[in-house]
Design a protein around this ligand. Structure first.
Ligand SMILES: Cc1ncc(C[n+]2csc(CCOP(=O)(O)OP(=O)(O)O)c2C)c(N)n1
Ligand SMILES: [Mg+2]
Length: 541
């Protein structure tokens, strides 16, 4: 827009696109942008203590609001500090926009060693984003940002990155702000939909598997109608949780590939928005006579991890709506709701027996948070059990780190989730190995009034590592023990509330109190060395 500087144009476009908050850490090459954000009075700027946590906050915000999470960092070390978080957003298909500064445009490509120089930085982000672009003149800023915002909203959500050489921020852009046109949804082919509908209607044991793509496409109503129409049970992956209520008559529980007996019985499986891979390295092993139909936005996902009989590249909502139209209205399904209820409760009983302590903890948390509360479980024992046993009944209330399994992501991600959902309780579930990654953000939480409750389950160890060493390395324990601070005092030192429990049995009461505290709270819960789901649960299908 004539008269606007590059930084002002960027902010004007962000404001127009509804961006309300930017997480970041200031420095020379982005000061004009930070200043323009300040002057706009329309975007909240939150300074973090590390760029990785700024990007995780953007991630937590994005996953729990369906809006774009934005982080702004300087080039070189600042941008590199974000990569584990941007990688996590990539694996979890989350809409995150990273704005990285750049060295001055006339230094680019000369390797002069100017401050924070990493001039081929964009090549690093090519592997972590669905699109990235660099402005080379001031007029490019709104265009590059406009394209990034279009990309982040079109098709499969995934992170995008843009870079702005810092001399361009203050130059006049001289162009009008571009309109952001979201690309068209991908419509399914009618022939494929007809074939799928026919296969499913004729199936005696149809099954619907909902993945993260189904949760993101918000197809709860379509999946529920399809399940009722076909008389088919529904299972959800960790990222697909919330698509239907855990106690719904057609819910057959979590997609624990090596465990859920529903997979053995199914004859036709409709997969909606899943890459068909479970946590760790477990994978779906089906018999050749079991038919698999896979719907995915991303054609590259079709058949990647498992052979399929029919692949449909389409927006999940469009595909399911078309399929509902094509279904004859009668189904050959033999499933009875009592059988599905039996599978659901059988799974629950099995998990209760395998891990009574972890399941008691999960129950305490859910009893307090109910269905609206948001939880962010880290890569820690209780978190693994949450992935398969926490009753997630609404979308956008459960944030994992997908197949990246990024230790330490939970606390900063929960902070971002709370910024996006100030009226909902938000709880981070950490171990004593994961929490320290970003523990300095307690300062940000106190300063910005981000009242997340963080649970630290402390076993004075990288307990997962202890388990591996016990089982696979003849109990040669090395590098697994952790010396911890007193986390209650640690939290208090930042001005947060710190509590140390003597037993997990006090958790529900203390968690309720913590949510009323109107301050960030850290609750440390000492636990013994615990077994993971994959140590405890065996395949007896
Ligand atoms: C970035 C990253 N580094 C290392 C790991 C490997 N790892 C997975 S779990 C774990 C131990 C976590 O310790 P803690 O947070 O105390 O949880 P616990 O296993 O004790 O329940 C480690 C080191 C990882 N997943 N991600
Ligand atoms: Mg531990």
């Amino acid at each position: 827009m004539p008269g606007m500087s590059g930084a002002e144009a960027m902010v004007a476009l962000l404001v127009r696109e509804g961006i309300e908050v930017v997480f970041g850490l200031p420095g020379v090459q982005i000061m004009d942008a930070v200043d323009a954000i300040y002057r706009s009075r329309k975007i909240r700027w939150i300074s973090t203590r590390h760029e990785q946590t700024a990007a995780f906050m953007a991630y937590g915000y994005a996953r729990t609001t369906d809006k774009t999470g934005v982080a702004l960092v300087l080039p070189g070390p600042g941008a590199l500090n974000t990569v584990a978080a941007i990688g996590t957003a990539y694996t979890a298909s989350a809409p995150v926009l990273l704005i990285s500064g750049q060295i001055e445009s006339h230094h680019l490509g000369f390797h002069r060693g100017v401050l924070h120089e990493l001039d081929e930085q964009i090549d690093i982000f090519r592997h972590l984003t669905k699109w990235c672009g660099r402005a080379v003149k001031a007029e490019d800023i709104p265009l590059v940002l406009g394209e990034a915002l279009k990309q982040v909203k079109t098709g499969r959500p995934r992170p995008v990155e843009i870079e702005v050489p810092f001399d361009l921020w203050s130059q006049p852009v001289g162009v009008t702000l571009p309109a952001i046109e979201v690309g068209p949804t991908v419509q399914p082919g009618l022939e494929e939909i007809k074939k799928a509908a026919e296969l499913l209607a004729k199936a005696s044991r149809p099954l619907i598997l909902a993945g993260g793509g189904a949760a993101k496409a918000d197809v709860s109503s379509e999946i529920t109608r399809l399940a009722a129409n076909l008389k088919a049970p529904v299972v959800m992956t960790t990222e697909g949780q919330g698509v239907i209520h855990c106690d719904h008559p057609f819910c057959a529980g979590n997609f624990v590939l090596w465990l859920n007996p529903v997979f053995k019985q199914a004859d036709v499986i409709l997969v909606v928005g899943s890459r068909l891979r479970a946590s760790g390295n477990t994978r779906l092993e089906l018999r050749p006579d079991q038919k698999v139909i896979q719907i995915d936005f991303d054609a590259d996902e079709l058949g990647r991890n498992h052979r399929i009989d029919l692949g449909i590249t389409a927006d999940a909502r469009a595909a399911l709506a078309a399929m509902l139209q094509e279904l004859p209205g009668s189904s050959a399904s033999h499933w009875r709701v009592e059988e599905i209820a039996g599978i659901r409760t059988g799974m629950k009983t099995r998990l209760e027996k395998a891990a009574p302590l972890q399941l008691a903890v999960i129950r305490s948390i859910h009893d307090v948070l109910q269905d609206d509360g948001i939880i962010v479980p880290d890569i820690t024992n209780i978190g693994y059990w949450c992935d398969i046993a926490y009753p997630v009944n609404k979308r956008c209330t459960y944030v994992d780190s997908s197949y990246f399994a990024t230790l330490g992501f939970a606390f900063p991600t929960a902070l971002g989730a709370k910024i996006g959902n100030p009226d909902k309780p938000v709880v981070a579930i950490c171990g004593d190995g994961g929490f320290p990654y970003a523990s300095a953000e307690l300062a940000t939480a106190v300063q910005e009034g981000i009242n997340v409750v963080t649970l630290i389950f402390s076993d004075n160890a990288y307990g997962t590592v202890t388990g591996i060493q016990r089982r696979q390395f003849g109990s040669r324990f090395v590098g697994n023990r952790l010396h911890n601070p007193d986390y209650a005092k640690f939290a208090e030192a930042f001005g947060a509330v710190g509590i140390r429990l003597s037993s997990h049995e006090e958790l529900a009461r203390q968690l309720s109190l913590a949510l009323e505290a109107n301050r960030p709270v850290v609750i440390e819960i000492p636990v013994p060395q615990l077994d993971t789901p994959w140590d405890t649960l065996t395949d007896d299908r």
